[in-house]
Design a protein around this ligand. Structure first.
Ligand code: ATP
Ligand code: MG
Length: 406
């Protein structure tokens, strides 16, 4: 028997209703805030992610599904995230010429070759937004507000917003150097991953989960907590915090929050759930003012986030299939199908029996799936009427001359 690959799953039965509900809530929240949906391709030129995600990241180094199409030597990759793709689309369709901001939201599958475990899959879904063209911290506040509103709409509590500013290119590189120098004497004590990070992207060492590495970080606390960002970046960060205060959005400042992707500048944030296990981050985002230029566009400030839908699904209250308006109970399927056609045209949700079930079995099914049972059997057809039974109140009424309706 062929089974679904490890790290992938079929989403169906009861679970699909939670998914649909999350997608509907995403659409409503983001569209109501003026974001337009964008659907980008599932695969892109590998080069896009190599340049856009950053070659010191785990994604680029070990997590990408990269292959060549048959009879082609062009390398393509299943998207591991969607920001690079949205940026590519933004540049390719000349959206830089439009008056800012350009605001997009998306919902779709991403692919990363990771070790599957609870809350971590190889094909997983993200819902996210990207906003282009505004450098002011108001854009960061608006994006965080959208994330919080969305989680609110899902009815989620026990969430914490963590916030940090990495600074611009200049202050980020100064900080990177001082962290590197502080860590150098302790390098032997650190994990193999951090030894590589030390050369390629020392800031990533700050969020290493290894206990030995955490001990080293404690020794260099004074360097980590040094106030290093430049005056402009500081002003940007302070303004963002005051907007969040005005909006009553609570946050925790976390100097160790650096995020996995290379492209972030200034604001980074994460939203974590205190009721999930070790995979507690439901949302990650931040500002990426250099990415559009890195991918060949004009310098354009941008900010966005991505949420993990599987993790949201694990947190929300379970949803059920929406109730039908009518279940037609009838042993005359050729009449039932015509009535179903008519009522569906009127916008009603209607189902009827296709499997020759007994009358009582059909009634049972009706009571589980519909608000009303619509009874159309021998007697009704002879008398040119049908009966409707409200399955909650047990009230019953009849509709005459139904044949003329068809
Ligand atoms: P993590 O630290 O959990 O690996 P990340 O930093 O790799 O997260 P991002 O790339 O910022 O995550 O993606 C945003 C969100 O997408 C995460 O907060 C998480 O909810 C979800 N996510 C990321 N990778 C996976 C995965 N392999 N399976 C399921 N959800 C994921
Ligand atoms: Mg990850």
């Amino acid at each position: 028997m062929i089974k679904a690959k490890r790290g992938t799953k079929d989403i169906f039965k009861d679970e699909i209703y939670s998914w649909q509900w999350i997608e509907d809530a995403a659409k409503e929240t983001f569209q109501n805030a003026g974001f337009a949906e964008i659907k980008t391709p599932i695969f892109e030129a590998t080069e896009l992610f190599n340049r856009g995600v950053g070659d010191s990241t785990d994604i680029i180094n070990k997590e990408m599904y990269t292959f060549c199409a048959p009879k082609s030597d062009e390398s393509i990759t299943l998207r591991p995230e969607n920001t690079a793709s949205v940026v590519r689309a933004y540049i390719e369709h000349n959206m830089q010429r439009m008056s800012p901001p350009s605001k997009f939201w998306y919902f779709g599958p991403m692919f990363r070759y990771e070790r599957p475990q609870a809350g971590r899959q190889r094909q997983f879904y993200q819902a996210g937004v990207e906003m282009f063209g505004v450098k002011e911290p108001l854009a960061d506040a608006e994006v965080i507000l959208c994330a919080v509103d969305f989680l609110d709409k899902l009815g989620l509590s026990n969430l914490e917003v963590e916030l940090n500013s990495l600074g611009c290119n200049e202050c980020k590189s100064e900080y990177r150097n001082s962290i590197k120098e502080a860590i150098r004497p302790y390098l032997d004590e650190m994990c193999d991953d951090c030894k590589v990070r030390f050369e390629k992207n020392p800031l990533r060492i700050l969020d290493c989960k290894n206990d030995e590495c955490k001990k080293v970080l404690e020794k260099i606390n004074d360097v980590i907590y040094k106030d290093y960002i430049c005056d402009n970046c500081k002003e940007h960060y302070e303004k963002l915090k005051s907007y969040l205060d005005d909006l009553n959005i609570k946050y925790i400042e976390n100097k160790l929050l650096v995020r996995g992707l290379d492209y972030y500048t200034r604001t980074v944030f994460e939203i974590k759930s205190t009721s999930l296990g070790s995979q507690s981050a439901v949302c990650g985002g931040g500002r990426y003012d250099n990415l559009v230029e890195t991918l060949g566009g004009m310098p354009t400030p941008a900010v966005g986030f991505a949420m993990g839908v599987e993790r949201l699904c694990a947190l929300i209250e379970k949803k059920q299939a929406p109730m039908l308006d009518y279940y037609i109970v009838s042993t005359k399927p050729n009449e039932a199908i015509k009535l179903a056609q008519k009522l569906r045209k009127e916008g009603k949700k209607v189902e009827f029996d296709l499997a020759n079930k007994k009358f009582t079995k059909q009634l049972e099914k009706a009571s589980k799936t519909a608000n009303c049972a619509l009874i159309l059997d021998e007697e009704e057809i002879q008398g040119n009427f049908y009966s409707v039974k409200d399955l909650k109140t047990s009230e019953q009424y009849r509709i005459d001359n139904f044949k003329e309706l068809l």
